[in-house]
Design a protein around this ligand. Structure first.
Ligand SMILES: CO[C@H](O)CCc1ccc(O)cc1
Length: 117
């Protein structure tokens, strides 16, 4: 049938989940490398290596300006933060480990939230 708009309660649920998940990511002990955009002027190689920079403050801005159609689009941006981190940092480094810890935390929390529904 014609593409029907998603019922608003699904959109409300997705938005609530994004807000909960982002707040928990921002508050996490290991969030510090990801809170703000990497300064591409001071970090050699970053601009060339990382094609799509992403960070929690940019995700916060997108969420607050209705730029996420659904939970999936939000999860794609969060995973981009961690994929960029893996690409640019050794696993056995301060920031590399923080990225792995944050990804594990995020995977667990969004699956828990979706199961709660
Ligand atoms: C999320 O952090 C970025 O991967 C940049 C990591 C980085 C920044 C400055 C350095 O001297 C080394 C690594």
């Amino acid at each position: 049938c014609a593409k029907m708009p998603k019922p608003s309660q699904d959109n409300d649920r997705d938005l609530t989940f994004c807000r909960i998940l982002l707040a928990e990511l921002e508050d996490h002990h290991d969030a510090w490398p990801f809170l703000n955009p990497v300064n591409i002027k001071t970090v050699p190689g970053y601009r060339k290596v990382i094609k799509k920079p992403m960070d929690f403050s940019t995700i916060r801005e997108k969420l607050c300006s209705c730029q996420y159609q659904n939970l999936e689009m939000f999860i794609i941006d969060v995973n981009l933060v961690f994929d960029n981190c893996e690409k640019f940092n050794e696993d056995n480094s301060e920031i590399g480990r923080a990225g792995h810890n944050m990804r594990k935390f995020f995977e667990r929390r969004w699956t828990e939230l979706l199961k709660s529904n």
